[in-house]
Design a protein around this ligand. Structure first.
Ligand code: 13P
Length: 252
């Protein structure tokens, strides 16, 4: 069975010095932790500090965003090749906070996915409905739109290197985790859509992870579901204690 993928998304938290303290504590707590694939996504400014400590270890580096152009006059942006050279293997793309605060659309998300795949960075494509959409019975439609448009012109071969993160917006930072049944229902939909888009069997090799108020208390029941290949953790990934517990409970 594939290892569970545990990703910590620190969002706009931790300076390089704070990141270094965190990573040392995490390493002390979870040691080898080889039974999961463990990814940390610090802010750009802490990538080097985390890389210096984790390089060659079981902790893998990821970024939270990328720009789709290779280089040029795009003040404030960072390219996929830059992330790759900084030691990143993963990059989060299309997080709902970027869609909400920075105007990202399925189209720009798709361009970012393309640029990541061009340099063999593994994109973690975030999709998921808001509260009103769920209440209006539109969750399936939103997830399908995010998935189809985000994956526009991404080939079946390239799909082997893509992770999908289902993050219902109403569960992010709210303490209101999706029930395992709610998460499972959407994960099954995503697998079904992937098979429809790419042909049978693609779903068996694609990781679909869940994000939204994941804690040490709810991790076990989420990961008991075989359809949930891992988790994308925000708040609970900021403290070495809680994140360590999530990791330890992921392998039980
Ligand atoms: P929380 O775990 O804080 O709800 O955040 C989830 C998230 O947005 C991870 O990308």
């Amino acid at each position: 069975m594939q290892k569970k993928l545990i990703v910590g998304n620190w969002k706009m938290n931790k300076t390089p010095a704070e990141a270094a303290i965190f990573v040392r504590a995490l390493q002390k707590n979870v040691g080898a932790a080889n039974e999961v694939d463990l990814v940390l996504c610090p802010p750009f400014t802490a990538l080097a500090a985390v890389y210096n400590i984790t390089s060659g270890s079981n902790i893998i580096l990821g970024a939270q965003n990328v720009y789709w152009e290779d280089s040029g006059a795009y003040t404030g942006e960072v390219s996929a090749a830059m992330l790759k050279e900084a030691g990143c293997k993963y990059v989060i793309i299309g997080h709902s906070e970027r869609r909400k605060y920075f105007g990202e659309t399925n189209e720009t998300v798709n361009k970012k996915l393309r640029s990541a795949l061009n340099v063999e960075l593994i994109p973690i494509l975030c999709i998921g409905e808001g509260l009103t959409e769920r209440e209006n019975g539109e969750a399936f439609r939103v997830v399908e739109d995010h998935l189809r448009e985000g994956l526009n012109e991404i080939s079946k071969e390239e799909m082997q290197g893509v992770v999908i993160a289902y993050e219902p917006v109403w569960a992010i930072g709210t303490g209101k985790v999706a029930t395992t049944n709610e998460a499972k229902e959407i994960h099954l939909l995503i697998y079904e859509l992937l098979d429809k888009i790419y042909g049978k069997n693609i779903s068996s090799s694609t990781r679909v992870i869940y994000g939204g108020s994941v804690t040490p208390e709810n991790i076990s029941s989420l990961l008991d579901e075989s359809e949930i290949s891992g988790v994308l953790v925000g708040g609970a990934s900021l403290k070495a204690d809680s994140f360590s517990q999530i990791i330890v409970r992921s392998v039980k």
